[in-house]
Design a protein around this ligand. Structure first.
Ligand code: GUN
Ligand code: ZN
Length: 470
Protein backbone atom coordinates (compact mmCIF):
# COMPACT_ATOMS: atom_id res chain seq x y z
CA UNK A 1 0.00 0.00 0.00
CA UNK A 2 1.47 3.32 -1.04
CA UNK A 3 0.06 6.40 0.67
CA UNK A 4 -1.07 9.12 -1.67
CA UNK A 5 0.65 12.26 -0.55
CA UNK A 6 -0.09 15.85 -1.20
CA UNK A 7 2.84 17.78 -2.76
CA UNK A 8 4.07 19.03 0.63
CA UNK A 9 5.22 15.55 1.69
CA UNK A 10 8.55 14.23 0.44
CA UNK A 11 8.70 11.39 -2.04
CA UNK A 12 10.09 8.85 0.42
CA UNK A 13 7.11 9.19 2.73
CA UNK A 14 5.71 11.80 5.09
CA UNK A 15 7.99 13.13 7.77
CA UNK A 16 5.81 15.94 9.09
CA UNK A 17 6.99 17.89 12.10
CA UNK A 18 5.12 20.06 14.54
CA UNK A 19 3.28 22.15 11.87
CA UNK A 20 -0.31 21.45 10.91
CA UNK A 21 -0.76 18.34 8.80
CA UNK A 22 -3.40 15.66 8.40
CA UNK A 23 -4.02 11.97 7.86
CA UNK A 24 -6.87 10.72 5.73
CA UNK A 25 -8.33 7.23 6.08
CA UNK A 26 -10.78 5.10 8.04
CA UNK A 27 -10.61 5.63 11.81
CA UNK A 28 -11.72 3.73 14.91
CA UNK A 29 -11.76 5.28 18.37
CA UNK A 30 -13.48 4.30 21.63
CA UNK A 31 -15.28 6.78 23.85
CA UNK A 32 -16.70 4.25 26.36
CA UNK A 33 -15.84 0.88 27.89
CA UNK A 34 -17.57 -1.92 25.92
CA UNK A 35 -17.33 -4.21 28.96
CA UNK A 36 -19.68 -1.83 30.79
CA UNK A 37 -21.75 -0.39 27.93
CA UNK A 38 -23.32 -1.55 24.69
CA UNK A 39 -20.16 -2.54 22.74
CA UNK A 40 -21.48 -1.10 19.47
CA UNK A 41 -22.28 2.23 21.11
CA UNK A 42 -18.79 2.41 22.63
CA UNK A 43 -16.81 3.47 19.57
CA UNK A 44 -16.85 5.80 16.59
CA UNK A 45 -15.89 4.38 13.21
CA UNK A 46 -15.48 6.81 10.32
CA UNK A 47 -14.96 5.05 6.97
CA UNK A 48 -13.30 8.15 5.49
CA UNK A 49 -11.94 10.64 8.02
CA UNK A 50 -9.45 13.46 8.32
CA UNK A 51 -7.32 13.67 11.45
CA UNK A 52 -5.60 17.05 11.76
CA UNK A 53 -2.40 17.11 13.84
CA UNK A 54 -0.63 20.13 15.25
CA UNK A 55 2.12 20.54 17.87
CA UNK A 56 2.05 16.85 18.73
CA UNK A 57 -1.69 16.82 19.45
CA UNK A 58 -4.86 16.00 17.55
CA UNK A 59 -6.37 19.35 16.57
CA UNK A 60 -9.45 18.01 14.81
CA UNK A 61 -10.94 14.71 13.68
CA UNK A 62 -14.04 14.15 11.63
CA UNK A 63 -15.57 12.95 8.37
CA UNK A 64 -13.56 13.85 5.30
CA UNK A 65 -16.59 15.44 3.64
CA UNK A 66 -17.04 17.85 6.54
CA UNK A 67 -13.38 18.89 6.92
CA UNK A 68 -12.02 18.68 3.37
CA UNK A 69 -12.71 22.28 2.33
CA UNK A 70 -10.67 23.64 5.24
CA UNK A 71 -7.88 21.06 5.09
CA UNK A 72 -7.10 20.36 1.46
CA UNK A 73 -4.60 22.82 0.03
CA UNK A 74 -4.08 24.30 3.50
CA UNK A 75 -1.75 21.60 4.84
CA UNK A 76 -0.05 18.36 3.77
CA UNK A 77 -2.33 15.32 3.87
CA UNK A 78 -1.09 11.71 4.00
CA UNK A 79 -3.83 9.55 2.50
CA UNK A 80 -4.02 5.91 3.61
CA UNK A 81 -6.58 4.01 1.54
CA UNK A 82 -7.23 0.34 2.56
CA UNK A 83 -6.10 1.15 6.06
CA UNK A 84 -7.49 1.68 9.52
CA UNK A 85 -6.14 4.46 11.73
CA UNK A 86 -6.28 3.73 15.47
CA UNK A 87 -4.82 5.35 18.57
CA UNK A 88 -1.32 3.93 19.16
CA UNK A 89 -1.43 0.67 21.10
CA UNK A 90 -0.78 0.65 24.85
CA UNK A 91 1.24 -2.19 26.42
CA UNK A 92 0.75 -2.26 30.19
CA UNK A 93 3.47 -4.82 31.01
CA UNK A 94 6.80 -5.54 29.33
CA UNK A 95 10.48 -6.10 30.25
CA UNK A 96 12.92 -4.46 27.82
CA UNK A 97 16.03 -6.40 29.03
CA UNK A 98 14.30 -9.66 28.17
CA UNK A 99 14.18 -8.85 24.43
CA UNK A 100 17.24 -11.04 23.93
CA UNK A 101 15.69 -14.08 25.67
CA UNK A 102 12.24 -14.35 24.08
CA UNK A 103 11.45 -18.00 23.42
CA UNK A 104 13.59 -19.58 26.18
CA UNK A 105 12.63 -23.25 26.25
CA UNK A 106 10.96 -25.51 28.67
CA UNK A 107 10.41 -23.97 32.12
CA UNK A 108 7.63 -22.55 34.23
CA UNK A 109 7.95 -19.22 36.04
CA UNK A 110 10.31 -19.82 38.98
CA UNK A 111 12.75 -22.07 37.10
CA UNK A 112 12.53 -19.76 34.06
CA UNK A 113 13.52 -16.78 36.24
CA UNK A 114 16.56 -18.57 37.69
CA UNK A 115 17.72 -20.32 34.54
CA UNK A 116 17.27 -17.51 32.00
CA UNK A 117 16.08 -14.16 33.34
CA UNK A 118 18.49 -13.58 36.20
CA UNK A 119 21.38 -14.57 33.95
CA UNK A 120 20.34 -12.23 31.14
CA UNK A 121 19.57 -9.24 33.35
CA UNK A 122 23.13 -9.19 34.76
CA UNK A 123 24.34 -7.97 31.37
CA UNK A 124 22.57 -4.65 31.95
CA UNK A 125 25.28 -3.48 34.33
CA UNK A 126 26.93 -2.59 31.02
CA UNK A 127 25.56 0.80 30.00
CA UNK A 128 26.33 0.35 26.32
CA UNK A 129 24.52 -3.00 26.20
CA UNK A 130 21.52 -1.39 27.89
CA UNK A 131 21.59 1.42 25.32
CA UNK A 132 21.71 -0.99 22.39
CA UNK A 133 18.85 -3.14 23.68
CA UNK A 134 16.74 -0.07 24.57
CA UNK A 135 17.03 1.21 21.02
CA UNK A 136 16.20 -2.17 19.45
CA UNK A 137 13.32 -2.69 21.87
CA UNK A 138 11.71 0.68 21.08
CA UNK A 139 11.97 -0.04 17.37
CA UNK A 140 10.18 -3.35 17.87
CA UNK A 141 7.42 -1.62 19.82
CA UNK A 142 7.02 1.03 17.11
CA UNK A 143 7.08 -1.59 14.34
CA UNK A 144 4.20 -3.23 16.20
CA UNK A 145 2.27 0.05 16.50
CA UNK A 146 2.76 0.42 20.27
CA UNK A 147 3.40 3.98 21.39
CA UNK A 148 3.12 3.72 25.19
CA UNK A 149 4.28 0.92 27.51
CA UNK A 150 4.87 0.22 31.19
CA UNK A 151 8.41 -1.12 31.11
CA UNK A 152 10.66 -2.97 33.56
CA UNK A 153 14.35 -2.09 33.36
CA UNK A 154 16.81 -4.02 35.57
CA UNK A 155 18.15 -3.39 39.06
CA UNK A 156 20.91 -1.19 37.55
CA UNK A 157 20.09 2.55 37.50
CA UNK A 158 22.08 2.83 34.24
CA UNK A 159 19.54 0.55 32.58
CA UNK A 160 16.87 3.16 33.34
CA UNK A 161 18.95 6.07 32.03
CA UNK A 162 19.64 4.13 28.83
CA UNK A 163 15.97 3.38 28.34
CA UNK A 164 14.61 6.87 28.97
CA UNK A 165 17.32 8.42 26.78
CA UNK A 166 16.26 6.17 23.90
CA UNK A 167 12.59 6.96 24.53
CA UNK A 168 13.36 10.71 24.55
CA UNK A 169 14.94 10.36 21.10
CA UNK A 170 11.71 8.91 19.67
CA UNK A 171 9.50 11.21 21.74
CA UNK A 172 7.46 8.28 23.04
CA UNK A 173 5.41 8.44 26.22
CA UNK A 174 6.92 5.63 28.29
CA UNK A 175 6.48 4.55 31.89
CA UNK A 176 9.52 2.74 33.28
CA UNK A 177 11.60 2.11 36.35
CA UNK A 178 14.46 0.36 38.09
CA UNK A 179 13.70 -3.13 39.37
CA UNK A 180 13.88 -3.49 43.16
CA UNK A 181 15.08 -6.84 44.56
CA UNK A 182 16.68 -7.37 47.95
CA UNK A 183 16.39 -11.16 48.31
CA UNK A 184 16.04 -14.49 46.49
CA UNK A 185 18.06 -13.32 43.48
CA UNK A 186 21.78 -13.43 42.56
CA UNK A 187 23.96 -10.94 44.48
CA UNK A 188 24.76 -9.12 41.24
CA UNK A 189 21.06 -8.26 40.87
CA UNK A 190 20.15 -7.24 44.40
CA UNK A 191 19.95 -3.88 46.10
CA UNK A 192 18.75 -3.17 49.65
CA UNK A 193 15.59 -1.51 50.91
CA UNK A 194 17.64 1.66 51.49
CA UNK A 195 19.79 1.69 48.32
CA UNK A 196 16.79 0.76 46.16
CA UNK A 197 14.87 3.67 47.69
CA UNK A 198 17.72 6.15 47.16
CA UNK A 199 18.48 5.06 43.59
CA UNK A 200 14.80 5.12 42.61
CA UNK A 201 14.37 8.55 44.19
CA UNK A 202 17.28 9.94 42.18
CA UNK A 203 15.82 8.44 39.00
CA UNK A 204 12.39 9.92 39.74
CA UNK A 205 13.96 13.35 40.18
CA UNK A 206 15.82 12.95 36.92
CA UNK A 207 13.14 11.42 34.71
CA UNK A 208 9.56 11.69 36.00
CA UNK A 209 7.74 14.29 33.93
CA UNK A 210 10.80 15.04 31.79
CA UNK A 211 9.37 15.38 28.27
CA UNK A 212 6.89 12.54 27.98
CA UNK A 213 8.67 10.16 30.39
CA UNK A 214 6.95 8.88 33.53
CA UNK A 215 8.54 6.95 36.39
CA UNK A 216 7.32 3.62 37.72
CA UNK A 217 8.50 2.28 41.10
CA UNK A 218 9.19 -1.39 40.30
CA UNK A 219 9.47 -3.99 43.08
CA UNK A 220 9.78 -7.12 40.89
CA UNK A 221 7.43 -9.23 43.07
CA UNK A 222 6.93 -10.08 46.70
CA UNK A 223 9.27 -13.08 46.53
CA UNK A 224 12.28 -10.90 45.67
CA UNK A 225 11.45 -7.92 47.92
CA UNK A 226 11.42 -8.10 51.71
CA UNK A 227 8.55 -6.47 53.55
CA UNK A 228 10.96 -3.64 54.39
CA UNK A 229 11.65 -3.06 50.69
CA UNK A 230 7.94 -3.14 49.79
CA UNK A 231 7.30 -0.54 52.48
CA UNK A 232 10.19 1.64 51.29
CA UNK A 233 8.74 1.46 47.77
CA UNK A 234 5.33 2.53 49.10
CA UNK A 235 6.91 5.45 50.99
CA UNK A 236 8.61 6.59 47.80
CA UNK A 237 5.31 6.35 45.92
CA UNK A 238 3.52 8.46 48.55
CA UNK A 239 6.29 11.04 48.44
CA UNK A 240 6.05 11.38 44.63
CA UNK A 241 2.43 11.77 43.56
CA UNK A 242 1.82 10.95 39.92
CA UNK A 243 4.45 8.21 39.76
CA UNK A 244 3.44 4.60 39.11
CA UNK A 245 4.01 1.24 40.79
CA UNK A 246 4.34 -2.04 38.89
CA UNK A 247 4.83 -5.58 40.10
CA UNK A 248 3.70 -9.18 39.49
CA UNK A 249 0.70 -10.86 41.14
CA UNK A 250 -0.52 -14.46 41.24
CA UNK A 251 0.94 -15.65 37.96
CA UNK A 252 1.86 -19.25 38.74
CA UNK A 253 0.65 -21.75 41.36
CA UNK A 254 4.17 -22.51 42.66
CA UNK A 255 4.73 -18.78 43.08
CA UNK A 256 1.42 -18.37 44.95
CA UNK A 257 2.42 -21.15 47.40
CA UNK A 258 5.82 -19.55 47.95
CA UNK A 259 4.28 -16.15 48.68
CA UNK A 260 1.93 -17.78 51.22
CA UNK A 261 5.02 -19.22 52.99
CA UNK A 262 6.93 -15.92 52.86
CA UNK A 263 3.99 -13.86 54.16
CA UNK A 264 2.07 -16.27 56.46
CA UNK A 265 0.10 -13.48 58.12
CA UNK A 266 -1.43 -12.22 54.86
CA UNK A 267 -4.76 -13.73 53.82
CA UNK A 268 -3.91 -13.66 50.12
CA UNK A 269 -1.27 -12.46 47.64
CA UNK A 270 -2.88 -9.07 46.91
CA UNK A 271 -2.97 -8.42 50.67
CA UNK A 272 0.87 -8.48 50.73
CA UNK A 273 0.99 -5.45 48.44
CA UNK A 274 -2.09 -3.73 49.91
CA UNK A 275 -0.75 -3.97 53.44
CA UNK A 276 2.61 -2.54 52.37
CA UNK A 277 0.84 0.46 50.81
CA UNK A 278 1.34 -0.53 47.16
CA UNK A 279 -2.30 -0.83 46.03
CA UNK A 280 -3.96 2.26 44.62
CA UNK A 281 -4.50 4.29 41.47
CA UNK A 282 -1.49 3.99 39.11
CA UNK A 283 -0.46 0.58 40.49
CA UNK A 284 -0.20 -2.08 37.78
CA UNK A 285 -0.30 -5.77 38.75
CA UNK A 286 0.73 -8.17 36.01
CA UNK A 287 -1.01 -11.52 35.38
CA UNK A 288 -3.50 -12.09 38.26
CA UNK A 289 -4.22 -15.52 36.80
CA UNK A 290 -4.97 -17.21 40.11
CA UNK A 291 -6.66 -14.40 42.04
CA UNK A 292 -9.75 -14.95 44.19
CA UNK A 293 -13.01 -13.01 44.19
CA UNK A 294 -11.80 -11.17 47.33
CA UNK A 295 -8.62 -10.11 45.55
CA UNK A 296 -10.57 -8.80 42.55
CA UNK A 297 -12.85 -6.84 44.89
CA UNK A 298 -9.82 -5.40 46.70
CA UNK A 299 -8.22 -4.47 43.40
CA UNK A 300 -11.44 -2.72 42.30
CA UNK A 301 -11.68 -0.81 45.58
CA UNK A 302 -8.02 0.25 45.33
CA UNK A 303 -8.44 1.57 41.76
CA UNK A 304 -5.41 -0.52 40.77
CA UNK A 305 -4.98 -2.10 37.33
CA UNK A 306 -4.30 -5.62 36.11
CA UNK A 307 -2.15 -6.34 33.05
CA UNK A 308 -3.50 -9.31 31.07
CA UNK A 309 -0.57 -11.07 29.37
CA UNK A 310 -1.99 -13.97 27.37
CA UNK A 311 1.04 -14.94 25.25
CA UNK A 312 3.15 -15.12 28.40
CA UNK A 313 0.57 -17.05 30.42
CA UNK A 314 0.33 -19.64 27.66
CA UNK A 315 4.07 -19.78 26.98
CA UNK A 316 5.02 -20.36 30.64
CA UNK A 317 2.00 -22.61 31.22
CA UNK A 318 0.81 -20.26 33.98
CA UNK A 319 -2.94 -20.50 33.45
CA UNK A 320 -5.95 -18.64 32.05
CA UNK A 321 -6.74 -15.08 33.15
CA UNK A 322 -10.50 -14.56 33.69
CA UNK A 323 -10.91 -11.32 31.77
CA UNK A 324 -14.70 -11.04 31.87
CA UNK A 325 -14.68 -11.88 35.57
CA UNK A 326 -12.13 -9.13 36.25
CA UNK A 327 -14.25 -6.64 34.28
CA UNK A 328 -17.55 -7.68 35.94
CA UNK A 329 -19.83 -4.65 35.89
CA UNK A 330 -20.68 -4.61 39.61
CA UNK A 331 -17.00 -4.31 40.59
CA UNK A 332 -15.02 -3.66 37.39
CA UNK A 333 -11.25 -3.79 37.67
CA UNK A 334 -9.14 -1.71 35.30
CA UNK A 335 -7.48 -4.11 32.84
CA UNK A 336 -4.91 -3.45 30.14
CA UNK A 337 -3.08 -5.79 27.79
CA UNK A 338 0.55 -6.72 28.32
CA UNK A 339 2.94 -8.52 26.02
CA UNK A 340 5.25 -9.42 28.94
CA UNK A 341 8.25 -9.80 26.66
CA UNK A 342 10.35 -12.01 27.18
CA UNK A 343 7.97 -14.57 28.76
CA UNK A 344 5.50 -13.26 26.19
CA UNK A 345 6.22 -14.18 22.62
CA UNK A 346 5.14 -11.18 20.50
CA UNK A 347 5.56 -7.40 20.61
CA UNK A 348 2.38 -7.11 18.53
CA UNK A 349 -0.84 -6.23 20.35
CA UNK A 350 -2.69 -7.85 17.44
CA UNK A 351 -0.99 -11.16 18.22
CA UNK A 352 -1.60 -10.56 21.92
CA UNK A 353 -5.31 -10.15 21.16
CA UNK A 354 -5.24 -13.30 19.06
CA UNK A 355 -4.08 -15.21 22.14
CA UNK A 356 -6.40 -13.26 24.46
CA UNK A 357 -9.30 -14.50 22.32
CA UNK A 358 -8.15 -18.12 22.76
CA UNK A 359 -7.70 -17.71 26.53
CA UNK A 360 -11.19 -16.20 26.76
CA UNK A 361 -12.59 -19.00 24.59
CA UNK A 362 -11.13 -21.60 26.97
CA UNK A 363 -12.98 -19.72 29.73
CA UNK A 364 -16.19 -19.98 27.63
CA UNK A 365 -16.32 -16.19 27.19
CA UNK A 366 -15.62 -15.18 23.57
CA UNK A 367 -13.78 -11.87 23.25
CA UNK A 368 -15.44 -9.69 20.61
CA UNK A 369 -13.38 -7.42 18.38
CA UNK A 370 -14.89 -4.35 20.07
CA UNK A 371 -13.78 -5.56 23.51
CA UNK A 372 -10.39 -6.50 22.12
CA UNK A 373 -9.52 -3.23 20.36
CA UNK A 374 -10.74 -1.28 23.39
CA UNK A 375 -8.26 -3.17 25.58
CA UNK A 376 -5.39 -2.45 23.18
CA UNK A 377 -6.15 1.29 23.02
CA UNK A 378 -8.37 3.27 25.38
CA UNK A 379 -8.64 0.40 27.90
CA UNK A 380 -4.86 0.35 28.33
CA UNK A 381 -4.83 4.13 28.72
CA UNK A 382 -7.64 3.91 31.30
CA UNK A 383 -5.73 1.24 33.23
CA UNK A 384 -2.82 3.71 33.40
CA UNK A 385 -5.00 6.75 34.25
CA UNK A 386 -3.93 8.35 30.97
CA UNK A 387 -7.27 8.17 29.16
CA UNK A 388 -7.63 11.95 29.33
CA UNK A 389 -4.74 12.26 26.85
CA UNK A 390 -4.03 8.87 25.25
CA UNK A 391 -5.96 6.07 23.63
CA UNK A 392 -8.49 7.99 21.53
CA UNK A 393 -8.67 9.99 18.32
CA UNK A 394 -10.19 13.16 19.74
CA UNK A 395 -9.22 16.82 19.69
CA UNK A 396 -6.71 17.62 22.44
CA UNK A 397 -5.41 14.04 22.67
CA UNK A 398 -1.73 13.36 22.10
CA UNK A 399 -1.16 12.47 18.44
CA UNK A 400 0.07 8.89 18.89
CA UNK A 401 -1.50 6.83 16.11
CA UNK A 402 -1.05 3.55 14.28
CA UNK A 403 -2.01 3.03 10.64
CA UNK A 404 -2.97 -0.60 9.97
CA UNK A 405 -2.82 -2.00 6.45
CA UNK A 406 -5.88 -4.17 5.76
CA UNK A 407 -4.15 -5.77 2.77
CA UNK A 408 -0.80 -6.44 4.42
CA UNK A 409 -0.45 -10.06 3.31
CA UNK A 410 -1.99 -12.00 0.44
CA UNK A 411 -4.02 -14.02 2.94
CA UNK A 412 -5.29 -10.94 4.81
CA UNK A 413 -6.18 -9.26 1.52
CA UNK A 414 -8.08 -12.35 0.36
CA UNK A 415 -9.82 -12.94 3.70
CA UNK A 416 -10.93 -9.28 3.97
CA UNK A 417 -12.91 -9.66 0.73
CA UNK A 418 -15.23 -12.01 2.60
CA UNK A 419 -15.90 -9.62 5.48
CA UNK A 420 -19.22 -7.80 5.33
CA UNK A 421 -19.05 -5.87 8.61
CA UNK A 422 -16.51 -3.82 10.54
CA UNK A 423 -16.62 -6.36 13.39
CA UNK A 424 -15.51 -9.09 11.04
CA UNK A 425 -12.70 -7.01 9.57
CA UNK A 426 -11.42 -6.15 13.04
CA UNK A 427 -11.61 -9.76 14.12
CA UNK A 428 -9.63 -10.91 11.08
CA UNK A 429 -7.10 -8.16 11.74
CA UNK A 430 -6.45 -9.43 15.26
CA UNK A 431 -6.42 -13.08 14.19
CA UNK A 432 -4.17 -12.82 11.12
CA UNK A 433 -2.42 -9.52 11.84
CA UNK A 434 0.95 -8.81 13.40
CA UNK A 435 3.75 -6.30 12.79
CA UNK A 436 3.28 -6.78 9.04
CA UNK A 437 -0.04 -4.97 9.38
CA UNK A 438 1.60 -1.81 10.69
CA UNK A 439 1.95 0.65 7.83
CA UNK A 440 3.05 3.60 9.98
CA UNK A 441 3.32 4.66 13.62
CA UNK A 442 2.91 8.31 14.58
CA UNK A 443 4.38 9.59 17.83
CA UNK A 444 3.43 13.11 18.94
CA UNK A 445 2.29 13.82 15.39
CA UNK A 446 5.38 12.53 13.60
CA UNK A 447 5.56 9.23 11.65
CA UNK A 448 8.62 7.92 13.47
CA UNK A 449 8.05 4.56 11.77
CA UNK A 450 6.90 4.37 8.18
CA UNK A 451 7.29 1.01 6.50
CA UNK A 452 7.26 2.59 3.04
CA UNK A 453 10.03 5.05 3.80
CA UNK A 454 13.06 3.11 2.56
CA UNK A 455 15.84 2.42 3.15
CA UNK A 456 15.32 4.04 6.55
CA UNK A 457 11.81 3.54 7.95
CA UNK A 458 12.60 5.09 11.36
CA UNK A 459 13.20 8.70 12.26
CA UNK A 460 13.62 10.34 15.65
CA UNK A 461 11.47 13.07 17.16
CA UNK A 462 13.71 15.70 15.56
CA UNK A 463 12.88 14.30 12.09
CA UNK A 464 16.39 12.95 11.49
CA UNK A 465 16.86 9.45 10.10
CA UNK A 466 17.34 6.83 12.81
CA UNK A 467 19.49 4.08 11.28
CA UNK A 468 19.64 0.80 13.21
CA UNK A 469 22.24 0.73 16.01
CA UNK A 470 25.47 -1.05 15.15
N1 GUN B 1 7.59 -12.60 38.09
C1 GUN B 1 8.68 -12.00 38.63
N2 GUN B 1 9.52 -11.58 37.67
C2 GUN B 1 8.97 -11.91 36.49
C3 GUN B 1 9.37 -11.72 35.13
O1 GUN B 1 10.42 -11.16 34.81
N3 GUN B 1 8.51 -12.20 34.19
C4 GUN B 1 7.35 -12.82 34.51
N4 GUN B 1 6.55 -13.25 33.53
N5 GUN B 1 6.97 -13.01 35.77
C5 GUN B 1 7.75 -12.55 36.76
ZN1 ZN C 1 6.57 -9.53 33.76
Amino acid sequence: MTPRLSPAADAAGPRFGPGRHALRGATLSFHADPFLNDPHASYTHLPDALVVLEDGKIAEAGPYDRLRSRVEGAMPVAHYPDALILPGFVDTHIHYPQTQMIGAFGEQLLEWLNKYTFVTEQQFADRSHAGLVSELFLRELLRAGTTTAAVYCTVHPESVDAFFEASQRFGTRMIAGKVLMDRNAPDALTDTAESGYEQSKALIEKWHGRGRQLYCITPRFAATSSDAQLQAAARLWREHPGTYVQTHLSENLGEVDWIAQLFPDCGDYFEVYRRAGLAGPRAIFAHAVHVSEEELCACHRAGAALAHCPTSNLFLGSGLFRLFDAKRADRPVRVGLGTDIGAGTAFSQLQTLNEAYKVAALNQTPLTAAHAFYLATRGGAQALYLDDRLGAIEPGYEADLVVLDLKCTPLMDFRMRYCAELDERLFVLMTLGDDRAVRATYVAGRPVYDRARQPQPFCHADGMDAPPPA
